[in-house]
Design a protein around this ligand. Structure first.
Ligand code: PAF
Length: 279
């Protein structure tokens, strides 16, 4: 399987394949789970050349402990990609390759998409995401890039970035564990008990969806907070309902608008996020 780590190796591989368009890219931070594998399979089916990048991007972590504890399993990741197809090119750059001038983050004008929810609770996070994704797009030059809907706010932001760079962004619905918990690399840090309890996040989103037409947004938010407060081990970072097109959080509904619920919960220092379309 082609595995490239330097820009020179990447250029060499790109030159060898320049006749074979289109190119698909699945950017990841490794510790691949079924959600990533679905994106990679999709990219492989839809493109002549598929790149998977594995890079734990330090500039998108607002919390050093979260970065230090981020799981890593490069050999297993390579085996999983190889099992999909040995022709997939894996790009595993060093921090110096991505940030040759030091880990500097650019400031982006993201039409307010970066302000609520994750943006409010993790200052600088989306500038870090946009910086690394722009760098990966520039280096790899894909036609299409694939992202999961679990990080829905990130998806909207990278779609905007993709638009400005002439790169299509495709998304794939969240893949869930059997109990409904959204798949995430961070889940492997959960104890079996917490992993089971964490199904509450999905249940809460489903409950909000089922009750969306019969309750006001203020009621839904209050009830969600109350339901979560019953589980001592879970600390709610936020529960918000936002308009789907611009992700602005709202306290009342308007006819003809699409809404989505967003939640972030911390359990045993592990931050879990999820979201669900409501109408
Ligand atoms: O979703 C992720 O894994 C990361 O935020 C991404 C898009 C690979 C950028 O580091």
């Amino acid at each position: 399987m082609p595995k490239v780590t330097t820009i020179a190796e990447l250029r060499h591989y790109q030159l060898q394949n320049h006749m074979h368009r289109s190119w698909g890219l699945v950017p990841t931070m490794g510790s691949l789970h079924e959600g990533h594998l679905q994106l990679i399979k999709q990219a492989f089916q839809e493109n002549k050349v598929t790149f998977v990048s594995i890079f734990v991007n330090p500039t998108q972590f607002d919390n050093k402990a979260d970065l230090d504890n981020y799981p890593s399993s490069i050999n297993k990741d390579l085996q999983k990609i190889q099992a999909i197809d040995p022709n997939i090119c894996v790009f595993v750059p060093s921090v110096e390759t991505i940030y040759p001038d030091g880990a500097a983050v650019k400031k982006y004008a993201l039409q307010g998409l970066d302000k609520p929810m994750e943006g409010r609770h993790r200052p600088g996070h989306f500038d870090g995401v946009a910086t690394v994704v722009e760098r990966l797009f520039t280096l790899i030059q894909p036609d299409v890039a694939y992202f999961g809907q679990k990080d829905f706010q990130q998806l909207q932001i990278v779609s905007l970035l993709g638009q400005s760079m002439g790169i299509q962004v495709f998304s794939f619905p969240t893949i869930r564990e059997q109990n409904g918990l959204a798949m995430s690399s961070r889940n492997r840090r959960l104890s079996p008990e917490r992993r089971e309890e964490a199904k509450l996040i999905y249940e809460l989103l489903q409950w909000t969806k089922s009750n969306f037409s019969s309750h006001t947004i203020v009621e839904l938010k209050e009830m969600a907070v109350q339901k979560l407060a019953k589980t001592q081990d879970f600390e709610l970072d936020y529960f918000e309902i936002a308009t789907e097109h611009n992700l602005q959080t709202v306290d009342s509904k308007k006819d003809g608008m699409s809404y989505r619920a967003f939640i972030a919960v911390v359990v045993d220092d592990i931050r879990l996020i999820d979201n669900m379309s409501l109408n």
